[in-house]
Design a protein around this ligand. Structure first.
Ligand SMILES: [Zn+2]
Length: 174
């Protein structure tokens, strides 16, 4: 982190603004507030510092030392707690942007007190952030585990011994 104070996560699609350099860092909200295109949304905290997120305004101009970076490129440059907060920021900013207006009548939606939701004032419904569940299953037999690269390569599915996978997995799966 750049210094103490509230963290500001600016989001555009699946990218966020970070302080350029190694290691990557999330900027202070005060340093990026001029680039926000909407209200700041509380998304949690990191190391006791509150974090807010907002959509990044259109345009290419970012201040010196700031970089718009795909979150996937930050997987090994930010800690897991920070990435958890960044993931929440992506989801909640997308929710705010996509549900600013009712999809049926176009009226501005209103926040629902006490929950993370937006409601059409004309009664067309209450909208909640999308949930994208994922299931990961490990199939084992003794010291072996079942691996497959993708569905088109099912003919290559085989059980691998744990010691075999401890080499570079790309060699095993290639
Ligand atoms: Zn409506």
């Amino acid at each position: 982190m750049t210094d103490e104070g509230e963290i500001g996560i600016l989001v555009r699609g699946l990218s966020i603004v970070v302080v350029a350099g190694e290691p990557a860092a999330l900027p202070c909200r005060s340093a990026v507030s001029g680039y926000a295109a909407g209200d700041w949304i509380p998304v949690g905290s990191v190391d006791g510092r509150p974090c807010c997120a907002a959509p990044l305004a259109d345009g290419d101009g970012l201040g010196a030392g700031l970089a718009l970076t795909p979150v996937r490129a930050l997987f090994d440059r930010l800690s897991l707690p920070v990435l958890n907060t960044v993931g929440r920021a992506l989801a909640l900013v997308e929710f705010e942007v996509m549900h600013r207006h009712c999809g049926r009548c176009g009226l501005l939606t209103k926040p629902v007190p006490g929950e993370r939701a937006k409601r059409c004032p004309a009664g067309h419904g209450t909208f909640h952030p999308r949930i994208a569940p994922a299931v990961i299953i490990l199939v084992t037999r003794g010291d072996e585990m079942l691996l497959a690269r993708n569905g088109e390569r099912l003919r290559n599915v085989r059980l691998l011994h744990v010691t075999e996978f401890q080499r570079d997995p790309r060699d095993v799966l290639g």
